[in-house]
Design a protein. Structure first.
Length: 558
């Protein structure tokens, strides 16, 4: 094994390393261990959210797999912020920032301890892009291990999940739901451990990572409570030692073609708008030339072939019952929409991984590419004088693909939420929420409380929401986010006034503020950039470093 510990040997080999070896012996290492590869196990277990509460059980199985493969496991932890819990509070500003903290902390440990490989056990929304960004930066043999999704709850004989709870708040504010009904739903919507059950951000990213070839095939749709997850965790050690022997690193796998496979899968599954932000960020760290326009190029030829919430009926556990994400990948491969020759963590190509998949789409949860729910993908990038660098619109599950109406402008999420729940937003309105972008928030809050209130108030088919912030993967309806440039840096969204006519057309991919260029220029002359006044040091640092959402809202440089 001596030749496989390329990085850790600087810690363990030589007479002058006796002090380091002394400390390693104190944590249980033997003479034999000093010649084995040292493997970091990034364990994102946390009691703050059901997404992560069970991850230590998975991580301990990963540890066994690493030992069984003849390597030395070194477990360490990092943070998680629960979007579902912090949503609608000031704490939501920390969510996207946590992605950068996760990436930085994993990079620091693996670099600082001279580790030879990395296994990351994660589940919540920002966990997954955070660990993938770290893997891309470090470029040591690495594998992602997903903790799995939560099962749906049951209320009044129907499956429900966290999306229903946010929409229930809107229905309650409108008087369409009693307080007792709201509390009864609250008690059953999240029945146990696991990431949110629909095709929200966590399951979007787990599917994208599998499609990219960075996780064990078939693992991304296994429910959190299913013991198969533990078997996958043990197996990860076997796959990782093979990667180390073959010297296969993340950047060998995370190529432009692999990112295109990930995007195609997200589009086919009606995935979260956050995938745009996260895949751009991951590509940035992998030094892959991925552009926001690539999403439109792929969307135009990718069919939408799943019936998953929030734009459909089913959840991730139903995908698992229908054969899992490999059935979707095989369908896309058969349609000529995936690059089958890309390398994966199995050491095989995508085509080889899928060669034994014989399960066909059931045309209920997963559709054939010949009979899709839509002939184009679930996300569209809009541009125009309101969003010169782009904005993201999730068209999956909505027929509201064109809109024109008067603007109602709000300078914070909370201001808009209060207006909606008090009945101040009406049919045809275009709700503008600004100064919630990466710098302006800072932190680019998700707007699930707002979008849930809109749907619950019965305005989902008659209004449009536009923001320089972002949305939860559970958002549905005509909601447009990631408007760039953002208001805080003088983007056009800063100059919209109440009553201005705004239009959106998903077919032409346009987002237009209907005022003249001269009027827009005049408004800009009178504008002063607001002071970003936050007390939290980590938010101040983020606001100073963060890039535009159009390139992933990264903090590691242009």
């Amino acid at each position: 094994m001596m030749s496989l510990n390329k990085k850790s040997k600087v810690v363990t080999q030589g007479d002058d390393r006796a002090p380091a070896r002394s400390m390693l012996r104190a944590v249980g290492l033997t003479d034999e261990d000093m010649n084995k590869p040292f493997i970091g196990i990034a364990n994102l277990v946390s009691d703050v959210t059901p997404c992560n509460v069970h991850l230590d059980r998975i991580a301990q199985k990963v540890k066994i797999g690493v030992r069984d493969a003849g390597m030395v496991p070194m477990m360490f932890g990092t943070i998680t912020i629960s979007d579902g819990i912090s949503m609608g509070t000031e704490g939501m500003k920390a969510s996207l920032v946590s992605r950068e903290i996760i990436a930085d902390s994993i990079e620091a440990v693996v670099f600082g301890e001279s580790l030879d490989g990395l296994l990351a056990v994660a589940a919540c929304d920002k966990n997954m892009p955070g660990v993938m960004m770290a893997m891309a930066r470090l470029n040591v043999p690495s594998i992602f291990v997903y903790g799995g999704a939560i099962l749906p709850g049951k209320y009044d004989g129907k499956d429900i999940n966290i999306q229903d709870m946010f929409e229930a708040v809107g229905a309650y504010s409108r008087g369409d739901l009693s307080l007792k009904q709201l509390i009864d739903m609250e008690k059953v919507a999240c029945p146990g451990e696991g990431a949110c059950s629909g095709m929200f951000t966590a399951n979007t990213m787990s599917s994208a990572i599998e499609a990219m070839g960075m996780s064990i095939p078939g693992a991304s749709s296994i429910p959190a409570v299913d013991p198969r997850n533990e078997a996958v965790a043990v197996k990860s050690g076997e796959f990782l030692i093979d990667l180390i022997k073959k010297d296969i690193k993340p950047r060998d796998i995370m190529t432009k073609r692999a990112f295109e496979n990930a995007i195609t899968t997200v589009l086919a599954m009606g995935g979260s708008t956050n995938a745009v932000l996260h895949l751009l960020a991951m590509a940035h760290e992998a030094e892959v030339d991925l552009n926001i326009e690539d999403f439109n190029t792929l969307s135009e030829k990718t069919p939408y072939i799943t019936n998953l919430r929030p734009g459909g009926k089913y959840v991730m556990s139903d995908v698992d019952k229908a054969g899992g994400v490999p059935v979707i990948l095989k369908e896309l491969l058969n349609a000529g929409l995936l690059h089958g020759d890309v390398l994966t963590i199995t050491g095989k190509t995508m085509t080889e991984n899928l060669s034994e998949i014989t399960t066909k789409p059931d045309n209920e949860v997963i559709y054939s590419h010949n009979t899709p729910r839509s002939s184009t993908g679930g996300l569209v990038i809009l541009k125009g004088n309101l969003a010169p660098e782009g904005a993201v619109f999730k068209v999956a599950g909505t027929k509201h693909v064109k809109h024109e109406g008067p603007a109602k402008v709000y300078n914070s999420e909370r201001e808009a939420f209060n207006a909606i729940t008090s009945g101040k937003v009406v049919d045809e309105d275009v709700v503008i929420i600004r100064y919630e972008g990466p710098k302006g928030g800072p932190g680019m809050q998700e707007m699930l409380a707002v979008t849930g209130a809109i749907m619950g108030a019965g305005l989902g088919d008659s209004t449009m929401l536009i923001t320089d912030g972002r949305f939860s993967g559970a958002t549905r309806g005509p909601s447009i986010g990631h408007v760039a440039p953002e208001a805080a840096v003088g983007g056009p969204i800063a100059f919209v006034e109440n009553g201005d006519i705004v239009s959106m057309d998903a077919d032409t991919k346009e987002l237009i503020l209907h005022i003249s260029d001269e009027e827009l220029s005049n408004r800009k002359k009178d504008w002063t950039a607001p002071e970003i006044n936050v007390k939290n040091a980590f938010l101040r640092k983020y606001a100073k470093l963060v890039s535009s959402a159009s390139i992933g809202a990264v903090t590691s440089g242009d």
